[in-house]
Write a protein that binds this ligand. Structure first.
Ligand SMILES: [Zn+2]
Ligand SMILES: [Zn+2]
Length: 323
């Protein structure tokens, strides 16, 4: 597992086993993802697929460019894919004033076109030639006001669907997607199983709390990337507007240091080689606070061989975690 980036400005993690390499989320520009892969010794050309947890921008920002450049398939749930396509489709809503202005302009364009057709064209055969001009003027400024995209922004070389709770495989890696509580269309966490080596790695970030299905999924993992988003006090006193604070704190928001620690204390089976704390808020958390909470929860279960705690960062990739 190589965490390329983790946090609200971008998430991406490489999972590799045998001859298979998967990128989980592509939440930074294609250029930056390539740069970070090079920095950590990961070869972008070796990627077999991109797997998406959910459609929030910090997980998909570089998706289409990267997938097109590498010509690799993207794995989504159908709902996440649909939400992503909707996000990329220009909205056609506008204010009433704007609409009136548009109608006026359209009327003028039509009048001008009619006048031009009448004065220029005596021969009715040529009248047809004048029509497309008027139409193209109307389609740019008229109907939908937004010029048609030259290329489909949602185009991907290949799309594969998976469903939470239904395992599937990509090459040498078995994947178990599980539902997480978060305010997206159909958000998922993943457990990856390197079949030949019986090693399991899991990613669980962007979740408001840890429900029973997530506790179940995170049993017997060797590497766990777990969200430790905010310190409750820092969030409450912090700069976010009240509505955003409510969203983060909600059951479909993000996991606090305290909630992550509670999971580690009461529900975690203690068997991981490494626990990576991720998706730390830059405004409402401090790496030391996240680490302290997790270390207290793990307590005497930390050893040289197990339960090493590592903090993922936003601005730089982590060294690959190799088992
Ligand atoms: Zn996120
Ligand atoms: Zn999210």
């Amino acid at each position: 597992m190589t965490v390329l980036a983790s946090g609200s400005k971008g998430n991406a993690t490489v999972i590799a086993a045998g001859s298979t390499t998967i990128l989980v989320d592509a939440g930074m520009s294609c250029k930056e993802l390539m740069r970070r892969m090079a920095q950590t010794g990961e070869d972008p050309q070796a990627l077999n697929a991109i797997l998406i947890t959910h459609e929030h921008l910090d997980h998909i920002a570089g998706l289409s460019v990267l997938a097109r450049r590498l010509k690799i398939p993207v794995f989504f749930t159908e709902q996440t894919h649909r939400a992503w396509v909707r996000m990329l489709t220009p909205r056609t809503t506008m204010s009433y004033a704007k609409w009136l202005e548009l109608m006026q302009r359209e009327k003028e364009t039509r009048a001008e076109a009619t006048a031009a057709a009448c004065t220029l064209v005596e021969d009715p055969m040529e009248a047809d030639a004048a029509e497309p001009l008027a139409e193209s003027a109307a389609s740019v400024d008229g109907d939908d006001a937004i010029p048609k995209a030259k290329a489909d922004p949602a185009f991907l070389p290949a799309v594969e669907y998976f469903r939470a709770g239904h395992g599937f495989s990509i090459g040498d890696i078995d994947i178990n997607p599980f539902t997480i509580p978060h305010d997206a269309a159909d958000p998922c966490g993943f457990v990856f199983h390197a079949r030949s080596e019986s090693i399991r790695m899991a990613i669980a970030t962007d979740l408001g709390y840890v429900p029973p299905n997530v506790k179940m999924a995170l049993k017997h993992v060797d590497v766990l990337l777990l969200e430790s988003n905010h310190d409750l006090e820092m969030l409450k006193d912090g700069p976010y507007p009240w509505s955003v604070k409510q969203r983060v704190l909600s059951r479909v928001g993000h996991l606090s240091n305290t909630a992550a620690a509670e999971f580690l204390l009461h529900d975690y089976d203690g068997g991981a080689h490494t626990i990576v704390l991720g998706h730390l808020s830059e405004k409402n958390n401090l790496p030391e606070l996240a680490r302290l909470a997790a270390e207290q929860a793990i307590g005497d279960r930390m050893s040289l061989l197990g339960n090493r705690i590592v903090l993922a960062a936003q601005d730089a990739p982590l060294n690959p975690i190799c088992l």
